[in-house]
Design a protein around this ligand. Sequence first.
Ligand SMILES: CC(C)(COP(=O)(O)OP(=O)(O)OC[C@H]1O[C@@H](n2cnc3c(N)ncnc32)[C@H](O)[C@@H]1OP(=O)(O)O)[C@@H](O)C(=O)NCCC(=O)NCCS
Length: 396
Amino acid sequence: MEFRQIGAAERTTTMFPLVAYAFKPSPWAPEDEAAYAERMRFYETTVSLIAEEDGQTLAGVAALRMRQNVRGVVHDMAGVASVATHPAARRRGLVRELLPRLLRQMRAEGCAVSALYPFRPSFYARFGFVGIPAHRTAVFAPQGLSHLVRADLPGEVERLPLSEGWAAYDSAIQRRLAGRHGFSVFDEVRAAEFRELKSWVAVARAGGEVVGAVRYRIDAHGGELVAQDLHCSGPLGRALLLQFFARHVDQVARVSVRHDPADVPELWGTDLEVTSKTRVDNPTHNAPMVRVLDVAALSGMPAGPGEVTVEIVDDELIGGVWHLASDGGTLTVTKGTKGTKSTSPSVRLTAAGFSALVYGVLDPVEVFTRGLGELTEVDTLAAMFPREMPYLFADF
Ligand SMILES: CC(C)(COP(=O)(O)OP(=O)(O)OC[C@H]1O[C@@H](n2cnc3c(N)ncnc32)[C@H](O)[C@@H]1OP(=O)(O)O)[C@@H](O)C(=O)NCCC(=O)NCCS
């Protein structure tokens, strides 16, 4: 078995048959392969690894170059995708070999964190990933926002084809990246494909600045306005975009819009009848998962007061003893116990347990009840890594 990295052009002959078989209706038509080849220019910066035997590609994994905000600090992130093994070669340990290779390489290239959408979370839990919240989708009739139809708000909304509104849309996303824990974006090469999507974008501006943007399409007259994630820098941006939706009364029956789990749609209006929900099931609708690839790179992250020596177990990337201290609200990370008061770690965590604390999705007692760490240093860890729910935005 040979494991090697391939370039974007080679993905069509090697990875396409695996991912098309795994994720698309099949058999596929020759034009599907041609369409895939055409898209490969958007994968020029993607790191793709394959396993080959006798010239046949049996498995592949890839990492998209992304960036993610983790508690206010933006890191390079490996967005894991295209994970597939030929059905005849499954359960032979090929992804077990490929995925750690990929994560090692991405860490060496500067990625401090990684994220993915799993087909089954327990599979990626073996590789140190832990779940974070899924996005929510709110569904309501535009009549529910009638209070906004004539409201005189200090700003305006422009509707454009996405290709024309791309710069404004991208600026709204980059602003969210800077300000929202968990938010992630693709690099320019990968993101360029989304610019070509057949989609509208509504851009809200106030005082000459972009304060919100949302991608959407309308499926039918009297049907649904289907909006993607609502990207707002604050309540005015949200109100402007909701007002824009409200003005589709008698044109569409419903508006559906994806939103940050921290948003509370029932507070968007009086008498607004709204359903906001998330759906999680295998293999198609799973909440994202994340993990830390580089503990030392977390130095400088905002953290509550405290000091603790942890041992991360069973993980080749971040395993070992780490001294974590926060003074004045900033985390300092030191490898080992050298130079610290403590001589041995006082809590043992798995990579997933540590990642859960860093991302703020589980508190230390939950880390223990989930089997991801010991029940010690609970108060210190809770103070240093307070819960703070991330919102991963990624259109993949
Ligand atoms: C999921 C998939 C990629 C696994 O690839 P693989 O090469 O068979 O995986 P491996 O043999 O390396 O297995 C790695 C580990 O996961 C376990 N595993 C494999 N498939 C699993 C599954 N469906 N559910 C839970 N665990 C699984 C293996 O037992 C092994 O455990 P171990 O390391 O403790 O021994 C492959 O089955 C596949 O291509 N499925 C269809 C496409 C897909 O779902 N891809 C993932 C998209 S997120």
